[in-house]
Design a protein around this ligand. Structure first.
Ligand SMILES: NC(=O)c1ccc[n+]([C@@H]2O[C@H](COP(=O)([O-])OP(=O)(O)OC[C@H]3O[C@@H](n4cnc5c(N)ncnc54)[C@H](O)[C@@H]3O)[C@@H](O)[C@H]2O)c1
Length: 251
Protein backbone atom coordinates (compact mmCIF):
# COMPACT_ATOMS: atom_id res chain seq x y z
CA UNK A 1 0.00 0.00 0.00
CA UNK A 2 2.33 2.71 -1.27
CA UNK A 3 -0.36 5.42 -1.22
CA UNK A 4 -2.02 5.02 2.16
CA UNK A 5 -2.90 8.51 3.49
CA UNK A 6 -2.18 9.99 0.04
CA UNK A 7 -4.63 11.84 -2.16
CA UNK A 8 -4.48 12.08 -5.94
CA UNK A 9 -6.10 14.02 -8.76
CA UNK A 10 -6.20 12.15 -12.07
CA UNK A 11 -7.29 14.17 -15.09
CA UNK A 12 -8.56 12.16 -18.02
CA UNK A 13 -9.29 9.54 -15.38
CA UNK A 14 -12.47 8.42 -17.12
CA UNK A 15 -10.70 6.42 -19.82
CA UNK A 16 -7.55 4.66 -21.01
CA UNK A 17 -4.25 5.45 -19.32
CA UNK A 18 -5.76 7.85 -16.77
CA UNK A 19 -8.34 5.30 -15.77
CA UNK A 20 -5.68 2.58 -15.29
CA UNK A 21 -3.57 4.96 -13.17
CA UNK A 22 -6.59 5.90 -11.03
CA UNK A 23 -7.30 2.19 -10.48
CA UNK A 24 -3.69 1.54 -9.49
CA UNK A 25 -3.59 4.46 -7.06
CA UNK A 26 -6.91 3.47 -5.46
CA UNK A 27 -5.82 -0.18 -5.18
CA UNK A 28 -2.75 0.96 -3.22
CA UNK A 29 -4.70 3.08 -0.77
CA UNK A 30 -4.95 6.59 -2.31
CA UNK A 31 -8.12 8.66 -2.17
CA UNK A 32 -8.65 9.76 -5.74
CA UNK A 33 -10.48 12.54 -7.58
CA UNK A 34 -11.29 11.63 -11.18
CA UNK A 35 -11.43 14.65 -13.48
CA UNK A 36 -12.82 14.37 -16.99
CA UNK A 37 -14.57 16.54 -19.56
CA UNK A 38 -17.07 13.69 -19.91
CA UNK A 39 -19.13 13.79 -16.70
CA UNK A 40 -20.61 10.32 -17.27
CA UNK A 41 -17.18 8.71 -17.61
CA UNK A 42 -15.88 10.50 -14.52
CA UNK A 43 -18.89 9.39 -12.47
CA UNK A 44 -18.70 5.76 -13.62
CA UNK A 45 -14.99 5.54 -12.79
CA UNK A 46 -15.52 7.33 -9.46
CA UNK A 47 -18.33 4.95 -8.48
CA UNK A 48 -16.23 1.88 -9.27
CA UNK A 49 -13.17 3.18 -7.39
CA UNK A 50 -14.97 4.88 -4.46
CA UNK A 51 -13.49 8.12 -5.74
CA UNK A 52 -14.69 11.68 -6.20
CA UNK A 53 -15.85 12.79 -9.69
CA UNK A 54 -15.16 16.29 -11.03
CA UNK A 55 -16.31 17.41 -14.47
CA UNK A 56 -13.89 19.93 -16.02
CA UNK A 57 -12.41 20.94 -19.35
CA UNK A 58 -8.67 21.29 -18.74
CA UNK A 59 -8.30 23.62 -21.72
CA UNK A 60 -10.24 26.29 -19.81
CA UNK A 61 -8.12 28.09 -17.18
CA UNK A 62 -11.19 28.77 -15.00
CA UNK A 63 -12.01 25.03 -14.98
CA UNK A 64 -8.44 24.22 -13.92
CA UNK A 65 -8.68 26.62 -10.96
CA UNK A 66 -12.09 25.18 -10.02
CA UNK A 67 -10.97 21.55 -10.23
CA UNK A 68 -7.95 22.23 -8.01
CA UNK A 69 -10.10 24.01 -5.41
CA UNK A 70 -12.82 21.36 -5.53
CA UNK A 71 -10.34 18.48 -5.22
CA UNK A 72 -8.51 20.17 -2.34
CA UNK A 73 -11.83 20.74 -0.55
CA UNK A 74 -13.15 17.20 -1.10
CA UNK A 75 -9.87 15.36 -0.45
CA UNK A 76 -8.47 17.75 2.19
CA UNK A 77 -5.13 18.07 0.30
CA UNK A 78 -3.60 17.12 -3.06
CA UNK A 79 -0.45 15.00 -2.82
CA UNK A 80 -0.37 13.69 -6.38
CA UNK A 81 -1.44 15.07 -9.77
CA UNK A 82 -1.54 12.78 -12.76
CA UNK A 83 -2.39 14.90 -15.78
CA UNK A 84 -3.56 12.41 -18.41
CA UNK A 85 -6.38 14.36 -20.10
CA UNK A 86 -5.56 14.75 -23.77
CA UNK A 87 -6.65 14.25 -27.34
CA UNK A 88 -4.89 13.03 -30.46
CA UNK A 89 -5.27 13.51 -34.19
CA UNK A 90 -3.41 12.26 -37.22
CA UNK A 91 -3.04 14.98 -39.86
CA UNK A 92 -0.17 15.84 -42.21
CA UNK A 93 1.82 19.04 -41.78
CA UNK A 94 0.58 20.57 -45.04
CA UNK A 95 -3.07 19.73 -44.28
CA UNK A 96 -3.24 20.85 -40.63
CA UNK A 97 -5.67 23.78 -40.32
CA UNK A 98 -5.31 26.60 -37.77
CA UNK A 99 -8.46 25.30 -36.00
CA UNK A 100 -7.02 21.77 -35.70
CA UNK A 101 -3.71 23.20 -34.50
CA UNK A 102 -5.40 25.39 -31.86
CA UNK A 103 -7.62 22.57 -30.57
CA UNK A 104 -4.73 20.18 -29.91
CA UNK A 105 -2.43 22.87 -28.49
CA UNK A 106 -5.24 24.20 -26.26
CA UNK A 107 -6.06 20.81 -24.76
CA UNK A 108 -2.73 18.97 -24.74
CA UNK A 109 -0.26 21.79 -24.03
CA UNK A 110 -2.20 24.71 -22.52
CA UNK A 111 -4.38 22.26 -20.54
CA UNK A 112 -1.21 20.82 -18.98
CA UNK A 113 -0.02 24.31 -18.03
CA UNK A 114 -3.38 25.45 -16.56
CA UNK A 115 -3.95 22.26 -14.57
CA UNK A 116 -0.41 21.83 -13.26
CA UNK A 117 -0.19 25.49 -12.26
CA UNK A 118 -3.52 25.47 -10.40
CA UNK A 119 -2.72 22.23 -8.55
CA UNK A 120 0.91 23.21 -7.87
CA UNK A 121 -0.36 26.30 -6.04
CA UNK A 122 -2.22 23.98 -3.64
CA UNK A 123 0.86 21.71 -3.34
CA UNK A 124 3.13 24.70 -2.66
CA UNK A 125 1.13 25.45 0.48
CA UNK A 126 1.62 21.85 1.62
CA UNK A 127 5.35 21.78 0.74
CA UNK A 128 4.77 18.39 -0.88
CA UNK A 129 3.70 17.23 -4.28
CA UNK A 130 4.19 14.69 -7.05
CA UNK A 131 3.26 15.82 -10.55
CA UNK A 132 3.24 13.38 -13.46
CA UNK A 133 2.37 14.66 -16.93
CA UNK A 134 1.67 12.65 -20.06
CA UNK A 135 3.91 13.45 -22.99
CA UNK A 136 4.49 10.94 -25.80
CA UNK A 137 7.21 9.49 -27.98
CA UNK A 138 5.63 11.87 -30.54
CA UNK A 139 7.05 14.74 -28.46
CA UNK A 140 10.58 13.40 -28.95
CA UNK A 141 10.72 11.91 -32.46
CA UNK A 142 9.15 13.19 -35.63
CA UNK A 143 6.82 11.10 -37.77
CA UNK A 144 4.01 11.60 -40.21
CA UNK A 145 0.69 13.06 -39.05
CA UNK A 146 1.93 14.48 -35.75
CA UNK A 147 2.21 18.20 -36.42
CA UNK A 148 0.06 19.65 -33.63
CA UNK A 149 0.18 16.57 -31.39
CA UNK A 150 3.96 16.22 -31.55
CA UNK A 151 4.49 19.94 -31.01
CA UNK A 152 2.13 19.92 -28.01
CA UNK A 153 3.83 16.89 -26.46
CA UNK A 154 7.30 18.35 -27.05
CA UNK A 155 6.03 21.39 -25.17
CA UNK A 156 4.77 19.19 -22.33
CA UNK A 157 8.27 17.74 -21.92
CA UNK A 158 9.93 21.16 -21.64
CA UNK A 159 7.16 22.52 -19.42
CA UNK A 160 7.59 19.55 -17.06
CA UNK A 161 11.35 20.14 -16.84
CA UNK A 162 10.77 23.82 -16.01
CA UNK A 163 8.27 22.81 -13.31
CA UNK A 164 10.80 20.32 -11.90
CA UNK A 165 13.37 23.09 -11.51
CA UNK A 166 11.10 25.82 -10.16
CA UNK A 167 9.06 23.59 -7.84
CA UNK A 168 11.99 21.63 -6.35
CA UNK A 169 12.48 24.11 -3.46
CA UNK A 170 8.79 23.63 -2.58
CA UNK A 171 9.09 19.86 -2.13
CA UNK A 172 7.32 19.12 -5.42
CA UNK A 173 8.69 16.78 -8.07
CA UNK A 174 7.56 16.85 -11.72
CA UNK A 175 8.20 14.09 -14.22
CA UNK A 176 6.72 13.12 -17.55
CA UNK A 177 5.89 9.84 -19.22
CA UNK A 178 6.50 9.25 -22.91
CA UNK A 179 4.28 6.33 -23.86
CA UNK A 180 4.60 4.77 -27.28
CA UNK A 181 1.59 3.05 -28.84
CA UNK A 182 -0.84 2.05 -26.08
CA UNK A 183 -4.19 0.37 -26.80
CA UNK A 184 -6.81 2.99 -25.82
CA UNK A 185 -9.73 4.90 -27.34
CA UNK A 186 -7.29 7.64 -28.40
CA UNK A 187 -5.19 5.21 -30.42
CA UNK A 188 -8.28 3.63 -31.97
CA UNK A 189 -9.16 7.09 -33.32
CA UNK A 190 -5.61 8.18 -34.16
CA UNK A 191 -3.97 5.10 -35.74
CA UNK A 192 -5.15 3.96 -39.16
CA UNK A 193 -4.70 0.29 -40.13
CA UNK A 194 -1.62 1.35 -42.11
CA UNK A 195 -0.17 3.28 -39.14
CA UNK A 196 -0.54 0.17 -36.97
CA UNK A 197 1.45 -2.03 -39.36
CA UNK A 198 4.21 0.56 -39.87
CA UNK A 199 4.38 1.46 -36.16
CA UNK A 200 4.74 -2.13 -35.03
CA UNK A 201 7.75 -2.65 -37.28
CA UNK A 202 9.58 -0.02 -35.21
CA UNK A 203 8.83 -1.58 -31.81
CA UNK A 204 11.50 -4.06 -30.66
CA UNK A 205 9.04 -5.70 -28.22
CA UNK A 206 6.79 -6.21 -31.27
CA UNK A 207 3.40 -5.17 -29.86
CA UNK A 208 1.35 -2.22 -28.68
CA UNK A 209 1.34 -1.65 -24.92
CA UNK A 210 -1.63 -1.66 -22.54
CA UNK A 211 -2.67 1.13 -20.10
CA UNK A 212 -1.63 -0.92 -17.05
CA UNK A 213 1.99 -0.87 -18.30
CA UNK A 214 1.96 2.95 -18.33
CA UNK A 215 0.20 2.98 -14.95
CA UNK A 216 3.03 0.97 -13.36
CA UNK A 217 5.52 3.68 -14.40
CA UNK A 218 3.19 6.49 -13.25
CA UNK A 219 2.74 4.89 -9.84
CA UNK A 220 6.51 4.69 -9.39
CA UNK A 221 6.92 8.40 -10.23
CA UNK A 222 4.03 9.29 -7.90
CA UNK A 223 5.45 7.28 -5.00
CA UNK A 224 7.97 8.17 -2.31
CA UNK A 225 10.38 5.68 -3.88
CA UNK A 226 10.87 8.30 -6.62
CA UNK A 227 11.66 11.13 -4.19
CA UNK A 228 15.04 11.82 -5.87
CA UNK A 229 13.62 11.65 -9.41
CA UNK A 230 12.52 14.95 -10.94
CA UNK A 231 12.58 16.40 -14.44
CA UNK A 232 12.76 12.91 -15.95
CA UNK A 233 11.22 11.75 -19.21
CA UNK A 234 10.38 8.06 -18.80
CA UNK A 235 9.60 6.20 -22.02
CA UNK A 236 7.12 3.32 -21.84
CA UNK A 237 7.32 2.35 -25.48
CA UNK A 238 8.49 -1.23 -26.02
CA UNK A 239 11.88 0.14 -27.13
CA UNK A 240 10.52 2.41 -29.91
CA UNK A 241 12.75 5.37 -29.01
CA UNK A 242 15.83 3.14 -28.81
CA UNK A 243 15.26 1.52 -32.17
CA UNK A 244 17.17 2.44 -35.30
CA UNK A 245 17.58 0.10 -38.24
CA UNK A 246 16.13 -3.30 -37.33
CA UNK A 247 16.60 -6.52 -39.27
CA UNK A 248 13.74 -9.00 -39.17
CA UNK A 249 13.01 -9.81 -35.54
CA UNK A 250 14.12 -13.32 -34.50
CA UNK A 251 11.40 -15.84 -33.62
N1 LIG B 1 -2.67 5.85 -26.05
C1 LIG B 1 -1.45 6.14 -26.48
O1 LIG B 1 -0.86 5.43 -27.30
C2 LIG B 1 -0.74 7.35 -25.95
C3 LIG B 1 0.60 7.49 -26.30
C4 LIG B 1 1.30 8.59 -25.82
C5 LIG B 1 0.68 9.51 -25.01
N2 LIG B 1 -0.63 9.36 -24.68
C6 LIG B 1 -1.24 10.38 -23.85
O2 LIG B 1 -1.82 9.78 -22.72
C7 LIG B 1 -2.94 10.58 -22.28
C8 LIG B 1 -4.17 9.70 -22.15
O3 LIG B 1 -4.49 9.15 -23.40
P1 LIG B 1 -5.39 7.84 -23.57
O4 LIG B 1 -4.77 7.05 -24.67
O5 LIG B 1 -5.65 7.22 -22.26
O6 LIG B 1 -6.73 8.51 -24.19
P2 LIG B 1 -8.28 8.27 -23.88
O7 LIG B 1 -9.00 8.94 -25.00
O8 LIG B 1 -8.56 6.83 -23.62
O9 LIG B 1 -8.50 9.08 -22.52
C9 LIG B 1 -8.39 10.48 -22.47
C10 LIG B 1 -9.40 11.03 -21.47
O10 LIG B 1 -9.22 12.45 -21.41
C11 LIG B 1 -10.49 13.07 -21.42
N3 LIG B 1 -10.36 14.42 -21.97
C12 LIG B 1 -10.17 14.77 -23.27
N4 LIG B 1 -10.15 16.11 -23.39
C13 LIG B 1 -10.32 16.62 -22.14
C14 LIG B 1 -10.40 17.93 -21.64
N5 LIG B 1 -10.30 18.98 -22.44
N6 LIG B 1 -10.60 18.09 -20.32
C15 LIG B 1 -10.71 17.02 -19.49
N7 LIG B 1 -10.65 15.75 -19.93
C16 LIG B 1 -10.47 15.56 -21.24
C17 LIG B 1 -11.36 12.17 -22.28
O11 LIG B 1 -12.76 12.37 -22.04
C18 LIG B 1 -10.86 10.79 -21.89
O12 LIG B 1 -11.61 10.25 -20.81
C19 LIG B 1 -3.10 11.68 -23.35
O13 LIG B 1 -2.48 12.85 -22.89
C20 LIG B 1 -2.37 11.12 -24.54
O14 LIG B 1 -1.89 12.12 -25.40
C21 LIG B 1 -1.36 8.29 -25.14
Amino acid sequence: MRFEDRTAVVTGGGSGIGRAIAEGLAAEGARVAIVDIDAGRAETAARELSAVAIQADVSRPEDAVRLAAEAARQLGKIDILIHSAGVGAERSFLDTTPDEWRRIIDIDLSGTFYTCQAVAKVMAGQRYGRIVTLASTAGIRGGTGRTAYGAAKGGVITLTKVMAVELAPLGITANTLAPGAIETELVKKMHSAETRVVYRRGIPLDRYGVPEEVAAAALFLASDEARYVTGAVLAVDGGFLAAGVMHAKPG
